[in-house]
Design a protein around this ligand. Structure first.
Ligand code: ADP
Ligand code: NI
Length: 213
């Protein structure tokens, strides 16, 4: 298969798989990340084939979404081999999707430009109006409150505390979302993050105004 058909087939496979996902990692999240990542790849003159495939596949092995991560990793590897991605490219893609998660600040350091681009695109979708919506959808799926004034904001936390400790949707802004602007790697993403970050700050001001009245 040529590269274009590989991307199209992968897109269809992921779309079917994530159709009914209900925690903000649905197909439309993937589609947004894929489009944003492609745009950044162009600006940064990166390898768009690797960026596009990694963006499309990045959430298929997320431990929040799959019960058996090892098996999920293997399935993605088989998929890539099956559609004819070379062993070298497959290794690059697997490396990217296994390294980009935030994990409460415990994520690993990224090596290549392509990984940085997919991570930037994924993070852009976690901030701004859509990021706010995803945050509340995720918190709802976990049974968290919108805001819990009894809880303090956690600063340094282990991956397990980040995933399983008590939190609220508004706490997540302070524990992750407001940090992301400063963690962007590429110039394009840094620029795109500005407006989305400012919007979240305005949102919080309004939220607390209403909360206190
Ligand atoms: P990562 O894997 O990079 O840590 P996630 O997959 O956890 O990122 O994030 C997916 C989406 O769910 C993001 O929009 C994120 O902000 C949101 N999310 C993750 N954890 C929480 C939480 N505890 N409360 C609210 N939203 C969350
Ligand atoms: Ni994602």
């Amino acid at each position: 298969m040529n590269k274009e058909s590989i991307v199209v087939d992968t897109k269809e496979m992921v779309r079917k798989k994530l159709q009914n996902e209900g925690t903000g990692h649905d197909w439309y999240h993937i589609e947004r990340v894929w489009k944003t990542a492609s745009r950044i790849a162009k600006d940064e003159q990166a390898n768009s084939y690797i960026v596009e495939l990694a963006a499309l596949l990045h959430d298929l092995i997320d431990d929040k979404l799959v019960s058996d991560k090892q098996q999920a990793v293997q399935e993605v590897e088989y998929w890539l081999e099956g559609v004819g991605v070379s062993a070298r490219d497959s290794e690059k893609i697997m490396d990217i999707i296994q390294s980009i998660s935030f994990k409460g600040g415990n994520g690993q350091k990224l090596t290549g430009l392509e990984a940085q681009i997919v991570q930037d695109a994924d993070r852009l979708d976690a901030i701004g109006a859509i990021g706010i919506a995803r945050c509340f959808a995720y918190a709802g799926s976990k049974g968290h409150l919108l805001f819990d004034p009894e809880l303090s904001v956690r600063d340094d936390m282990s991956e397990d505390e980040y995933r399983n400790g008590p939190s609220s949707a508004i706490h997540h802004f302070y524990e992750k979302l407001l940090k992301l602007k400063h963690l962007m790697h590429t110039q394009t993403a840094r620029q795109m993050a500005e407006e989305r970050h400012a919007f979240m700050e305005d949102y919080l001001v309004q939220f607390f105004q209403e909360w206190e009245n």
